[in-house]
Design a protein. Structure first.
Length: 153
């Protein structure tokens, strides 16, 4: 189901898990190729040693690549998160942020690899950065994408 970026941003920002972890979707471009997300450090997303809870750091990046691909590819494609891993590089304090950037070439690659119902499993690396633009965490995400069998394309 296609939603406008503005409505989608609003819905994500009132989504319970995002409210509960303090994640804020700051920007979704009109063409769906760019998403920016941030999270301020609050008492409810701070762990026992005074830094961002790792689960909150991961949750701020979790759905976006899948959702962006779903909007860009449309309903003729199945898009799922397949796997993920996170490396904590340094303690996350204060406001952290990340940006997701896809290109037309990324989407063209998906279209090429999924011809005739083939599965494509692209991987992405996302960096979460602090207010000083230092890397706090690196997340690797792999998607599962395939064209639906009954697709008219």
């Amino acid at each position: 189901m296609y939603l406008s970026p503005r409505l989608f941003k609003f819905l994500l920002n009132i989504y319970g898990p995002y409210l509960g972890s303090g994640v804020k979707v700051e920007y979704i471009s009109n063409d769906w190729f760019t998403v920016r997300v941030s999270m301020k450090q609050r008492w409810y997303n701070t762990n026992a040693v005074g830094v961002h809870f790792g689960g909150s750091l991961y949750s701020m990046v979790d759905p976006h690549l899948m959702l962006m691909h779903m909007q860009l590819l449309g309903t003729d494609y199945i898009v799922w998160d397949k796997s993920a891993s996170i490396d904590f590089v340094r303690p996350g304090r204060g406001k952290v942020h990340t940006e997701f950037l896809l290109t037309r070439e990324d989407i063209d690659r998906v279209l090429q690899h999924t011809e005739n119902g083939k599965v494509y499993e692209p991987s992405f690396e996302i960096e979460v950065r602090n207010e000083h633009d230092k890397v706090v965490a690196r997340i690797r995400k792999q998607l599962y994408i395939r064209k639906k069998a009954n697709s008219s394309q």
